[in-house]
Ligand binder design. Structure first.
Ligand code: SF4
Length: 468
């Protein structure tokens, strides 16, 4: 795949745009839509693209799931409970469909891209009208038109070249004016033994740097102040582009566009280079926050997970990040109950959490996924042991988060205001440079502003402050 241009041909995107125009002119098309999104930021951005296409087809968004003409579930299959929740909700919607037979139900995303899932949908969920995977999302207008004209269900899962495609130029509906997600690459080559992502999202494909830079410029011109660069493993950006541009070089080029805040996720520790740390430290607009999943503190488990780094190497990266950027915020992902995890392995994870002093951590109980190596491993951990471990881990991380937040009291940060605080109608909230949520007095007129705030107190997962 190295060097091959995987972009979906522009003629194909134009064909889909023409179909959007035709659907818009169709009399009996649905008028309103609602999207339910599960999973990661990549899925959130895919939902924004689906919304963009639907609006170009003349549909309007409604908050009311029960009264929408078309409801789409954008699913995740990384963990078993996300999959069960999605299917449970789809089944519940079928009850609404009995009262409103015109309701259309669509299901898309990673779950559909799994082997045999399309067959299962056809067999077990006859009320689902439209199903498509992550990789052929750009063909959504065509699939919807097919559904509207045939009035019989449409199921389409990407295969062959389509599976490894890079679509450009799709419309997008951004919910927030001041912030935008920007996917810079798709897929993953790492095959961590517990993870289904390479199976459902394909191998790594980087977007061309010129497309990313011109999109960033457009976003800036539209008034976007913060972009979040997205990829399953952003640190290996560009490796499939004949070395045209590496991730540190891309970050440097984006920093020069003058976008006020640049963030990125997710980073894989094995690919996080000193060059990247130096670019972050020198950047004017690159925020000092790294999401760096460690997954386990035990070398034995890291090897079984196929993570390609040791605990010592991981801690070495943390030390280098903090040397270059003393105020850097570091967050992580941790899995407990991986097959074969002993009490000693789990103790290693707890001790790493104490040493690493993460601002926050997403903690998960291991969930076996069909098609992955870990699902076939002996020594699956009994649920009661995993439950006790996750509770102990959460309690420890809460303590560490508390300490990290307390250390911010008295400091001055700049907050990009994202919305009204849910805690009080006279307060607003937003993120500071290192990605921590800050609440302070304010109102509607502060939306999208950058406001200097002195931190006065910490709460469980956020900070409080006073504007300066
Ligand atoms: S790096 Fe590992 S955990 Fe992350 S998406 Fe790739 S395979 Fe999954």
């Amino acid at each position: 795949m190295r060097g091959k241009d995987l972009r979906v041909p522009i003629e194909e995107i134009e064909r889909q745009r023409e179909i959007m125009r035709l659907v818009r002119e169709t009399d009996d098309r649905p008028q309103t839509y609602h999207i339910v999104t599960y999973g990661c930021q990549m899925n959130v951005q895919d939902s924004q693209k689906i919304a963009g296409m639907l609006e170009e087809m003349g549909l309007s968004y409604t908050d009311e799931r029960e009264s929408a003409d078309f409801v789409i579930f954008n699913t995740c299959c990384v963990r078993d409970n996300a999959e069960r929740r999605a299917l449970g909700n789809v089944t519940w919607l079928n009850e609404i469909k009995k009262k409103n037979p015109k309701l259309l139900i669509g299901v898309c995303g990673c779950m559909i891209q799994q082997p045999q899932m399309a067959d299962r949908i056809l067999r077990q969920y006859p009320f689902i009208d439209l199903a498509f995977g992550t990789q052929n999302l750009y063909r959504f207008p065509e699939l919807l038109r097919q559904l509207l004209s045939s009035r019989s269900r449409v199921v389409s899962v990407a295969q062959g070249d389509e599976f490894d495609s890079v679509p450009e130029g799709l419309p997008i509906r951004r919910v927030r004016h001041e912030q935008a997600f920007m996917t810079i690459m798709y897929g993953c080559n790492n095959f961590c033994t517990y993870c289904v992502v390479p199976l459902v999202r394909g191998r790594e494909r980087s977007r061309k740097a010129d497309m990313i830079l011109s999109e960033a410029q457009e976003l800036k011109n539209d008034g976007v102040r913060e972009v979040m660069l997205l990829g399953q493993n952003v640190n290996s950006y560009g490796k499939d582009l004949n070395g045209e541009m590496s991730f540190p070089s891309l970050l440097r080029a984006l920093d020069d566009t003058g976008i006020e805040r640049i963030r990125f996720m997710t980073s894989h520790p094995k690919d996080l280079s000193q060059e990247l740390i130096d670019v972050m430290a020198a950047g004017k607009h690159i925020m000092p926050h790294v999401h760096l999943p460690v997954q386990s503190g035990s070398d034995r488990i890291l090897t079984a997970m196929n993570r390609h780094y040791t605990r010592a190497q991981y801690m070495g990266i943390i030390a280098r990040l903090r040397t270059a950027m003393p105020e850097v915020g570091i967050s992580t992902d941790i899995i407990v109950g991986f097959p074969g995890e002993t009490d000693e392995d789990f103790e290693d994870t707890l001790s790493l959490v104490r040493e690493a002093r993460f601002d926050s951590a997403f903690t998960f109980v291991y969930s076996p996924r069909a098609g992955t190596k870990a699902a076939e491993m002996d020594c699956q951990i009994p649920p009661e042991i995993s439950k006790a471990r996750i509770e102990a881990l959460i309690a420890l991380q809460e303590e560490m988060t508390g300490r990290a937040l307390e250390s911010m009291i008295g400091k001055t940060v700049t907050v990009l205001v994202e919305g009204l605080s849910k805690r009080s109608e006279n307060q607003v909230m937003g993120k500071c440079e290192r990605g921590i949520t800050v609440h302070f007095d304010g109102g509607e007129s502060d939306m999208g502003s950058m406001i200097p705030v002195k931190i006065t107190a910490s709460r469980t997962n956020s900070l409080c402050g006073e504007r300066i």
